[in-house]
Design a protein around this ligand. Structure first.
Ligand SMILES: [Fe+2]
Length: 288
């Protein structure tokens, strides 16, 4: 089989054909998949129906599978999260605003693999936005303001100071750790990351965890962060992934934002998520 990538939009995402993820992944294929992820930022594999072992093998192609803080894993495997929303769950959804996963920890994950297990008949799509394209489309003035400046990230949903109201919390089977004062700690990451291999820069801001820009107050930062969110999630830099049975997707967590659409009330949705880290975050932080 010949591996081929079919772009989903003009800026982000590719459907990859010619790959059977249930079969062993050779070193050559692994290198090809890493190159495709670096280029397209979101890879989608259809009709795979893989088990947990195969999902973990795929995850290992991109980095080291990791146990996530602040989210309770699947009982069977501490490196897997069951992203589950039951049909009778009327609360919010896990990941229901634009974000980069766990950007408030010292070394945020490099990416994740999501495996569709049980899907609603419609809805439950995931949106992704290319933050390299967002950076490249910014005005020179805003680029000057952001390049070399840190943003302050706080684990708001998990801490005390910014804890969400109980009625707005998502529940279901995704059990999140809350009320941990450690999550209130301000963590400084560059507002712009640089891919150490390609030199491509990406905006690294998200409305779920970023409270302000370094050197500015929250009140001063808010209008600018709101404007940047709007800019960074425009249709021109975004894609919408429609899940189908057996779909597996991989995304780059440094150069994209994502958003889980909560529009399938009355239906069950179950995905298995694995997340990987690499040693590269320090290099991504080191701006040129
Ligand atoms: Fe997420």
């Amino acid at each position: 089989m010949k591996v081929q990538a079919h772009p989903i939009t003009g800026t982000i995402g590719a459907e990859v054909t010619g790959v059977d993820l249930a079969a062993p992944i050779s070193a050559g294929l692994g290198a090809d998949l890493r190159a495709l992820l670096s280029r397209h930022l979101v890879l989608v594999f259809r009709d795979q129906h893989i088990d947990l072992a195969a999902q973990k093998c795929l995850t290992s192609v991109f980095g080291t599978p990791m146990h996530l803080p602040y989210i309770e894993p699947m009982e069977e495997d501490p490196e897997v999260i069951r992203v589950l929303k039951e049909a009778d769950d009327r609360s919010g959804v896990f990941g229901g605003d634009w974000h980069s996963d766990l950007s408030f920890i010292p070394e945020p994950p490099a990416g994740s693999v999501l495996n569709a297990i049980d899907l609603p008949p419609y809805g439950g799509d995931t949106l992704f936005a290319n933050q390299a394209a967002a950076w490249e489309a910014l005005s020179p003035g805003l680029r000057d303001l952001l390049d070399g400046r840190d943003a302050v990230h706080v684990g708001k949903p998990h801490g005390v100071k910014w804890a969400p109201a109980p009625e707005s919390r998502s529940r279901g089977a995704v059990r999140m750790v809350r009320g941990d004062p450690e999550a209130d700690r301000e963590r400084f990451h560059p507002a712009v990351l640089t891919d150490p291999e390609t030199g491509r820069k990406s905006l690294y801001l998200n409305p779920v965890y970023v409270t302000r820009l370094d050197g500015m107050t929250e009140a001063e930062s808010r209008p600018l962060l709101d404007k940047l969110k709007e800019h960074a999630t425009r249709p021109e830099v975004s894609m919408r992934l429609r899940w189908t049975a057996g779909t597996v997707a991989v995304w780059d967590n440094y150069a994209t934002l994502h958003f889980a659409v909560n529009d399938y009330a009355g239906f069950r949705r179950e995905m298995w998520r694995t997340t990987f880290r690499t040693r590269a975050f320090a290099a991504w932080r080191a701006t040129a």
